[in-house]
Design a protein around this ligand. Structure first.
Ligand SMILES: [Zn+2]
Length: 160
Protein backbone atom coordinates (compact mmCIF):
# COMPACT_ATOMS: atom_id res chain seq x y z
CA UNK A 1 0.00 0.00 0.00
CA UNK A 2 1.18 3.52 -0.80
CA UNK A 3 2.21 5.67 2.14
CA UNK A 4 -0.67 8.08 2.52
CA UNK A 5 -0.48 9.95 5.79
CA UNK A 6 -2.44 13.17 6.25
CA UNK A 7 -1.49 15.38 9.19
CA UNK A 8 -3.35 14.67 12.42
CA UNK A 9 -5.97 17.14 13.57
CA UNK A 10 -3.54 18.47 16.20
CA UNK A 11 -0.73 18.85 13.64
CA UNK A 12 1.18 15.77 14.86
CA UNK A 13 1.98 12.57 13.05
CA UNK A 14 -0.67 9.99 12.31
CA UNK A 15 -0.13 6.34 13.14
CA UNK A 16 0.53 4.36 10.00
CA UNK A 17 -2.41 2.13 10.86
CA UNK A 18 -4.77 5.13 10.77
CA UNK A 19 -4.74 5.31 6.97
CA UNK A 20 -5.47 1.74 5.96
CA UNK A 21 -7.11 0.30 2.87
CA UNK A 22 -10.56 0.91 4.32
CA UNK A 23 -9.79 4.60 4.79
CA UNK A 24 -8.45 4.86 1.25
CA UNK A 25 -11.63 3.22 -0.03
CA UNK A 26 -13.71 5.78 1.91
CA UNK A 27 -11.68 8.66 0.40
CA UNK A 28 -12.26 7.20 -3.07
CA UNK A 29 -15.98 6.83 -2.36
CA UNK A 30 -16.20 10.46 -1.24
CA UNK A 31 -14.20 11.63 -4.26
CA UNK A 32 -16.54 9.72 -6.58
CA UNK A 33 -19.61 11.11 -4.79
CA UNK A 34 -18.35 14.69 -5.10
CA UNK A 35 -17.43 14.18 -8.75
CA UNK A 36 -20.86 12.73 -9.54
CA UNK A 37 -22.59 15.54 -7.66
CA UNK A 38 -20.47 18.20 -9.39
CA UNK A 39 -21.26 16.74 -12.82
CA UNK A 40 -24.95 16.70 -12.01
CA UNK A 41 -25.02 20.27 -10.66
CA UNK A 42 -22.91 21.55 -13.57
CA UNK A 43 -25.10 19.93 -16.23
CA UNK A 44 -28.60 19.86 -14.73
CA UNK A 45 -28.34 22.71 -12.26
CA UNK A 46 -29.65 20.61 -9.39
CA UNK A 47 -28.55 17.80 -7.10
CA UNK A 48 -30.42 14.51 -6.57
CA UNK A 49 -31.35 13.70 -2.97
CA UNK A 50 -29.30 10.47 -3.01
CA UNK A 51 -26.08 12.40 -3.70
CA UNK A 52 -26.93 15.02 -1.06
CA UNK A 53 -27.49 12.25 1.48
CA UNK A 54 -24.11 10.67 0.65
CA UNK A 55 -22.35 13.98 1.31
CA UNK A 56 -24.40 14.51 4.48
CA UNK A 57 -23.43 11.05 5.70
CA UNK A 58 -19.71 11.74 5.30
CA UNK A 59 -20.10 15.22 6.81
CA UNK A 60 -21.76 14.06 10.04
CA UNK A 61 -19.41 11.16 10.82
CA UNK A 62 -17.59 13.25 13.41
CA UNK A 63 -19.11 15.65 15.92
CA UNK A 64 -17.82 19.17 15.36
CA UNK A 65 -18.35 22.42 17.20
CA UNK A 66 -17.10 25.96 16.56
CA UNK A 67 -14.41 27.17 18.96
CA UNK A 68 -12.73 30.54 19.50
CA UNK A 69 -8.95 30.26 19.27
CA UNK A 70 -6.17 32.86 19.04
CA UNK A 71 -4.10 32.99 15.87
CA UNK A 72 -0.40 33.95 15.67
CA UNK A 73 -1.34 37.66 15.70
CA UNK A 74 -3.33 37.20 18.91
CA UNK A 75 -6.68 37.70 17.16
CA UNK A 76 -9.63 35.52 18.11
CA UNK A 77 -10.80 33.46 15.16
CA UNK A 78 -13.52 30.85 14.73
CA UNK A 79 -12.32 27.27 14.11
CA UNK A 80 -14.24 24.04 14.00
CA UNK A 81 -13.15 21.47 16.57
CA UNK A 82 -13.89 17.88 15.60
CA UNK A 83 -13.27 14.69 17.53
CA UNK A 84 -12.75 11.22 16.12
CA UNK A 85 -10.29 9.33 13.93
CA UNK A 86 -8.17 11.69 11.80
CA UNK A 87 -9.31 10.13 8.55
CA UNK A 88 -12.97 10.63 9.49
CA UNK A 89 -12.21 14.26 10.43
CA UNK A 90 -10.56 14.81 7.03
CA UNK A 91 -13.45 13.12 5.20
CA UNK A 92 -16.00 15.18 7.14
CA UNK A 93 -14.13 18.43 6.39
CA UNK A 94 -14.02 17.65 2.66
CA UNK A 95 -17.69 16.63 2.61
CA UNK A 96 -18.62 19.75 4.55
CA UNK A 97 -16.84 21.95 2.01
CA UNK A 98 -18.69 20.12 -0.78
CA UNK A 99 -22.06 20.72 0.89
CA UNK A 100 -21.21 24.42 1.06
CA UNK A 101 -20.30 24.45 -2.64
CA UNK A 102 -23.44 22.63 -3.76
CA UNK A 103 -25.84 24.68 -1.60
CA UNK A 104 -24.82 28.29 -2.15
CA UNK A 105 -24.82 30.76 -4.99
CA UNK A 106 -21.62 29.16 -6.25
CA UNK A 107 -23.61 26.05 -7.25
CA UNK A 108 -25.14 28.09 -10.09
CA UNK A 109 -21.61 28.98 -11.26
CA UNK A 110 -20.30 25.40 -11.30
CA UNK A 111 -19.29 24.24 -14.79
CA UNK A 112 -17.47 21.28 -16.32
CA UNK A 113 -14.37 22.32 -18.22
CA UNK A 114 -14.78 21.98 -22.00
CA UNK A 115 -11.04 21.62 -22.55
CA UNK A 116 -9.92 18.53 -24.50
CA UNK A 117 -10.06 15.49 -22.18
CA UNK A 118 -10.18 17.69 -19.06
CA UNK A 119 -12.04 16.11 -16.10
CA UNK A 120 -12.06 19.28 -13.94
CA UNK A 121 -14.80 21.67 -12.83
CA UNK A 122 -14.59 25.39 -12.19
CA UNK A 123 -16.67 28.33 -10.99
CA UNK A 124 -17.71 30.44 -13.98
CA UNK A 125 -16.95 33.95 -12.78
CA UNK A 126 -17.24 35.47 -16.28
CA UNK A 127 -19.94 34.63 -18.88
CA UNK A 128 -17.38 33.82 -21.60
CA UNK A 129 -15.23 31.57 -19.45
CA UNK A 130 -15.42 27.93 -20.63
CA UNK A 131 -12.23 26.41 -19.24
CA UNK A 132 -10.80 25.58 -15.84
CA UNK A 133 -7.48 27.28 -16.60
CA UNK A 134 -5.74 29.36 -19.26
CA UNK A 135 -3.81 26.21 -20.25
CA UNK A 136 -7.06 24.36 -21.05
CA UNK A 137 -8.26 27.37 -23.05
CA UNK A 138 -5.05 27.37 -25.07
CA UNK A 139 -5.32 23.62 -25.75
CA UNK A 140 -8.98 23.99 -26.81
CA UNK A 141 -8.22 26.89 -29.18
CA UNK A 142 -5.26 24.98 -30.66
CA UNK A 143 -7.44 21.88 -31.18
CA UNK A 144 -10.14 23.99 -32.88
CA UNK A 145 -7.56 25.67 -35.14
CA UNK A 146 -6.06 22.28 -36.07
CA UNK A 147 -9.54 20.94 -36.81
CA UNK A 148 -10.30 23.90 -39.09
CA UNK A 149 -6.97 23.52 -40.94
CA UNK A 150 -7.44 19.80 -41.55
CA UNK A 151 -11.20 19.85 -42.27
CA UNK A 152 -10.85 20.22 -46.04
CA UNK A 153 -8.00 17.77 -46.52
CA UNK A 154 -8.51 14.26 -47.85
CA UNK A 155 -7.77 11.50 -45.41
CA UNK A 156 -4.34 9.94 -45.81
CA UNK A 157 -4.38 6.50 -47.45
CA UNK A 158 -4.01 3.62 -45.08
CA UNK A 159 -0.64 1.92 -45.11
CA UNK A 160 -0.45 -1.61 -46.35
ZN1 LIG B 1 -9.74 22.09 -17.93
Amino acid sequence: MRDVRPPAADGGEVDEDTVNDGAVARFHALRDAIRTAAAQVASAGRLDAVHAETLNDFSRRVPAAPQLVQNDAGEWVRRMHATGPSTDIALAAIASDATELFSGVRAAQLRACTGPNCPLFFLQDRPRRHWCSPGCGTRARAAAAYSRRTAGRRPTPAAG
